[in-house]
Structure formats: C-alpha cells, structure tokens
Design a protein around this ligand. Structure first.
Ligand code: NAI
Ligand code: A1CAB
Length: 253
C-alpha cells in the first residue's frame, strides 16, 4: 500500500519529496525507482519528513512504535492506513499532542481509482486534514468520516475490492461451466461491471431503479435475481460486512 500511495503521487506530480523506511530492505529497489530516498533507520526518516505514513500491518504496530522510542513528534503529521488502529492508540504512544490522521484506502489506488476514508484526532487542523485529503484525492476519491465508523467502512472500501474480484471470478467460472470462453467472459463481464457503475454514477438513478430497468416481467434477469435471493445473497453480504467490522475490532487497538 505504501508503494501504491508513493508511486501514485509521483505519477500525478504531487509536490513532495519522498522518503521510505522498511525493515525489509528488499523493498527499497521499487521505492528508489520512483525517486524516493532510502532511510536506513527510522530516525532518519522522522528527521527528514513533515508527514509520516505508517503502512505496516496492525500486528507490527507495537514494534514500530517501540522503535520510535520517544522521538519528539513536534508538528509532524502522522497518517496511519492500518485497519483497526485507532488514533487514540497511536496518541498513547506518540504523545497526547501528536497529530494523527487515520485512513482506510484500497488497492485500486494503484490505478488512480482508489477510494479512501479519513478521520483525524483533535490535534489535526482542518488545513492539515485537507492536505491529507488532497494526497489521497490524487489517487481516487477521498471522504472524511467519524472515527467511530472507521472499522465499519473497511467492508465498504478497504476490503470490498476482494469481494468484487471474487464476484468476477464466480461469473467467469459460471460462464466457463456453460461452455463460454474464459477470456471472452472476462472481457464481457468486466465491461458489464464498468458500465453498470457508470450508470449508477452518471444517471443519478438508484440501484433499485436501475434493477427495474434491466428486469423484464417473467424474464431472465428475474430468474437470476430470484435465484440469488433464494441463496440469501443480500443477507450474506450484510453478514460478511459485519464479520469484517468484527475482525477490525479484534485486531484493532
Ligand atoms: N492491502 C490492502 O488492500 C489494504 C491494506 N491496508 C493497511 O495497510 C497496511 C499495510 O498493508 P500492506 O501494504 O498490504 O502490507 P505489506 O505487508 O505489503 O507491507 C507492510 C510493510 O511493512 C514492513 N514492516 C513491518 N514491520 C515493520 C517495522 N517494524 N518497521 C519497518 N517496516 C516494517 C514490512 O516489511 C512490509 O514491507 C496494513 O496495516 C493494512 O491494514 C489498508 C487498506 C487496504
Ligand atoms: O485485509 C486487511 O486486513 C486489509 C485491510 C483492508 C484491506 N486489506
């Protein structure tokens, strides 16, 4: 995710200098290839940067924060993209005055089609939050929400790309089973997803209205929708979203 954000900023010519630190130096080649400067110690990076992104897995936060070892946070802006990690948890370690933005982006950032949700603690000024929003807006859409919804939003944008890929795979597999060429089904289905999203965004019609436009009485669409609902499709999605939020709470701090 760190590389997706950094490379997206470089591609968009966002005015900034980039520095990276990772405990795995094999990761450095990629970052250096986009002009980011390698730091061999966390302190080096902290000294060089005004805005610091934390992009380690939630389970690595304790060791990361321990490495910071009371480094003065000053006026620095910290941005964490980790699922479940609260601004309160970070402030407890970084210091009460630390300016912290919590973000939930997603992998489509890599193709500048990301969707990011942000919140900030009270130390962050509206201008600073706006700056972080500008960063993520280079890479797609970016919305500001309340921190109490940050775990629940993960199902909506952070994890949902995986569900979309599963959905595509299920359709392509289903097509293959009925004798359709896999690549052809992939092309037609991806375009159907793209076109449907464009319809949602450009016509202003609700999902229900657009469903009605596709569904002829007694027709094929009714058959596919009825079959999905018999398999409790909507309920399964709602259940899966609750599971996602619960997991964020479990791994969260
Ligand atoms: N992958 C995704 O779709 C999304 C991930 N996130 C969040 O982004 C964060 C990173 O996820 P990924 O990029 O998928 O993980 P990743 O495993 O690809 O990258 C994490 C990097 O952190 C480094 N690292 C671990 N502990 C470290 C330490 N103590 N000091 C320095 N470097 C350390 C690892 O070497 C690794 O290169 C996670 O917290 C995740 O919740 C958020 C939204 C979407
Ligand atoms: O699976 C995860 O924990 C991360 C957070 C959102 C997407 N991937």
């Amino acid at each position: 995710m760190a590389y997706a954000i950094a490379s997206g900023l470089v591609e968009k010519n966002f005015p900034c200098r980039l520095f990276h630190f990772d405990r795995d130096s094999a990761k450095y080649v990629r970052f250096e290839s986009i002009g980011s400067s390698s730091c061999w110690k966390l302190e080096e990076l902290l000294e060089a940067c005004d805005t610091v992104f934390f992009a380690v897995k939630p389970q690595n936060f304790d060791e990361l924060l321990a490495q910071m070892n009371g480094f003065p946070t000053g006026e620095k802006l910290f941005v964490s993209i980790a699922a479940g990690i609260s601004t309160g948890y970070l402030a407890a370690s970084l210091g009460r005055g630390a300016k912290i933005v919590r973000a939930m982006p997603n992998t489509p950032l890599l193709v500048s089609m990301g969707a990011t949700a942000l919140c900030a603690n009270e130390q962050v000024t509206p201008q600073e939050l706006c700056y972080v929003q500008q960063i993520f807006s280079q890479l797609g859409v970016c919305e500001i929400i309340e921190e109490e919804l940050m775990n629940a939003i993960i199902a909506v944008n952070g994890s949902s790309p995986a569900v979309v890929y599963l959905f595509v795979k299920a359709f392509v597999d289903g097509a293959k089973e009925q004798g359709i060429d896999e690549q052809l089904a992939f092309r037609l289905f991806c375009q159907s997803v793209l076109g449907s999203v464009e319809m949602l965004q450009s016509t202003g019609k609700s999902p229900e209205e657009l469903i009605r436009m596709v569904t002829s009485p007694g027709g094929t669409t009714l058959a596919i929708l009825d079959s999905l609902e018999q398999s409790h499709f909507s309920e399964a999605i709602a259940d899966s979203m609750r599971a996602c939020t619960r997991r964020a709470q479990e791994i969260g701090k």
